[in-house]
Design a protein around this ligand. Sequence first.
Ligand code: UD2
Ligand code: MN
Length: 580
Amino acid sequence: MSYLSLGRKSRTFKYLIYAIILICMFYLLITYDKDSKYNLNNPVAARLSHKETPKLVKGLGNFEPKEIEDKDGPGEKGQPHHLRQDQQNDADQSESEYGMNVACSDEISLDRTILDTRLPECKHWDYPENLPKTSVIIVFHNEGWSVLLRTVHSVLNRSPQNILEEVLLVDDFSDKENLKSDLENYIEQFSGKVRLIRNNQREGLIRTRSRGAQEARGEVIVFLDAHCEVNTNWLPPLLAPILRDRTTMTVPVIDGIDHKTFEYRPVYGDDRHFRGIFEWGMLYKETEVPQRELNRRKHNSEPYKSPTHAGGLFAIDRKYFLELGAYDPGLLVWGGENFELSFKIWQCGGSIEWVPCSRVGHVYRSFMPYNFGKLAQKKKGPLITINYKRVIETWFDAKYKEFFYTREPMARYLEMGDVSDQLALKERLKCKSFEWFMQNVAYDVLDKYPELPPNLQVGELRSVAVNKCLDTLGHGPPSLMAIQHCHGFGNNQLLRLNAKGQLGVGERCIEADTQGVKLVFCRLGTADGPWIYDDTTHTLLHRVYKKCMALHPQTPHLSLLPCDVNNAYQQWLFKEIRPK
Ligand code: UD2
Ligand code: MN
């Protein structure tokens, strides 16, 4: 029986039912967004409608290219290009000038095709149509012409025209002739879509990027190094999370471009995901994404949170970046700015997402071809460590600062300048503690790089017998340690012995076996080691072999021998080093 046929007495009941239905509908309406991924506390997010969430569809996604270009020629499809034997001189010359084979790059089309290295699922995402207008900012200092311009062409070729506001080139005072005089002419063909501004003195990449952000016209800015190639449909997936929440910074997955052959190679072929972390000397590391993070998503091609990023390539709301003070203007030239921005974003209420469906290739060079110019000469001590010191002094809590100084002992003595503006910003934005960051975001770091016990000894390790020092000779692990003239600069001769017996140089460890005394990879997740130093006899005992570190009297070979406290070849002195 339908309730409509009920008698008069039941009319009140009928209205009650109507009211309940209405209330239910109203409730469904207002809670609709809760089922989607929007955060209702965020005013920008709350304005959005369901249509603006990326959606997995059956056919091709809305921004996917309709046809795949098929071209032949040197380097096409991202294949390696090999120069002829008689071009070897040019190749060597450009390797030493640019750290990459620009002669090879010169023979490859600026519009070359590359392989689509994304997960297959990525082709099937529909992204919001109203994505924010974007400035792609490319800062450069003395880059190879064809390499720089291939970066520009790839952006123009593979970005939706109505979303791409501009490509903004910022020249950090290059002194190469073609970059100085021909670039304006070249970009004329792009009718204003590509803009060029120049620094009138060398500023370093960090300040140059901050300047680019100031000058950009887009709502979102994307930074790229000047030796990149963006992959198929790279931009919309970076922008969608920012549209949803303007305090999200997004990072593409970085593929490799070979510096010798310009082969474009996927960084990993299967569907494993990595994210950015760090060790306590502030070296950037990548590690597999914890399951707990992956589980927050429905689909494997969706973005996931990351504590930090490599530095070069990312997208961020322009005003948000400027509200955060852009980069700390006290950071010099190169290095550490990736951490500064990451800690600042996370601790002050934003977040970082890595986006598997956005892939960008980057040329990893054989070495850094430029020096740090006048900016570096003004500063005492290694500039990159000074940058790290500014960052940790601003963002770390006391306990974590100590880990940094334990791992990088000379940093204590470096002059880092004034960070009071940075601390004031942290205060003003009511940013959270580093402990909060470690527990909620970078919770996988301590599993790999556990807290460091204090150092018992720091400095160069001198042999009493020959007055020379233990030295890695700059070799990577695994390799035999050697003995060298003591130079007093630290670096490959700066050793630390911690309270748990670990003997370290930089991020590496010193161990020994029957072949000798070796530089090895420290075991991930541990901070202990086999060494016991005796302050009175000056011997270094290996706990496991129960033997002592000994220098061979005739050769520079180091090994373990039965301990003999009276033998000068088994006596070692730690001597503290200060920055010069
Ligand atoms: C990585 C980052 C880089 C930057 C750096 C640390 C990636 C792929 N690369 O080193 O973007 O975050 O770590 O700071 O994540 N440049 C200038 N002025 C200078 C020096 C460099 O404009 O004084 C330009 C240079 O031409 C290039 C960009 O800055 O376009 C990055 O420099 P890089 O390629 O030497 O840095 P990289 O990739 O070794
Ligand atoms: Mn680079």
